[in-house]
Design a protein around this ligand. Structure first.
Ligand code: C5P
Length: 250
């Protein structure tokens, strides 16, 4: 059983920052991705519920599209969320990295563990969230959930014109590769230092901690923690929700 179901070690509290300010261009035209519905409920609400489902998470900071901050606040008010959890909403920035930084900037004192979770991964199971928290509590400064790859991966020289053939530069050994998901978990002080120190544009938070020279560890991810990126992912997400509904018997 996960340690997270037991009371927190004295004074150790966990907050989750959910960057949700991306436009979701690859999903096609429409509302910002996080506000699009999955089975009638905005993706963001699914993601917030997924993180708040962990008994260890007592604060969720949603980083909203800047023009939609008020709408996100009313969405959080309108949907049933656990009473033990507090919520904050802040406007996001130009990049994911900047959005996460804005979330970190408003974290009150007393939260020593921070999770960063993409709103675009609305279906992450609570056991994955708890496994990440457990590993941070056990002393890792940064923890990422990840899965082995099904596909072989090639490094290429990217084409200047889309669709042109691309020369292959290398084939990394698949057994050593992992596809990384969220929530990623951090010792708060480490993550804040990473965001103050690393200025390169990165696609995840753990890589900033790697650049500080600290060890990042991987724990098993889950296939339902996939990122909703393209239109087909919406179909898959709704199928997962339908299966859960059947299994829950309502
Ligand atoms: O673009 P990508 O799919 O990597 O985005 C991952 C997450 O980061 C999404 O939940 C998206 O809403 C968020 N994001 C953000 N601010 C941005 C860009 C992306 O909060 N400027």
């Amino acid at each position: 059983m996960s340690d997270v179901s037991r009371p927190s070690p004295a004074g150790v509290r966990t907050a989750a920052v959910i960057p949700a300010a991306g436009r979701g261009v690859r999903l096609g035209p429409g509302a910002p991705k996080a506000l699009r519905a999955l089975n009638g409920t905005p993706m963001l609400i699914h993601a917030v519920r997924a993180l708040a489902a962990s008994r260890a998470v007592s604060l969720v900071v949603v980083v909203a599209p800047p023009d939609e901050t008020a709408e996100v606040k009313s969405l959080l008010d309108a949907h049933a969320l656990p009473e033990r959890t507090d919520f904050l909403v802040v406007p996001g920035g130009e990049s994911r990295q900047e959005s996460v930084k804005r979330g970190l900037d408003v974290l009150p004192p007393g939260y020593d563990i921070v999770l960063v979770h993409d709103a675009a991964r609305p279906l992450v199971p609570v056991d994955t969230v708890d496994a990440v928290i457990d590993a941070v509590r056990a002393g890792a400064p940064a923890v990422v959930p990840a899965l082995p790859l099904a596909d072989t991966v090639k490094e290429v020289e990217p084409a200047r014109t889309p669709g042109e053939p691309e020369p292959v530069l290398a084939t990394p050994e698949r057994a050593r590769l992992r596809a990384v998901q969220t929530p990623q978990g951090f010792d708060r002080e480490t993550l804040v230092r990473a965001h103050e120190t690393v200025t390169d544009n990165v696609t995840d938070d753990a890589s900033m901690v790697e650049q500080l020279g600290l060890t990042v560890v991987v724990v098993p991810g889950h296939e339902e923690a996939f990122k909703v990126t393209r239109p087909l992912d919406l179909v898959l997400a709704e199928a997962v929700l339908a299966r859960r509904r059947l299994n829950d018997g309502f």
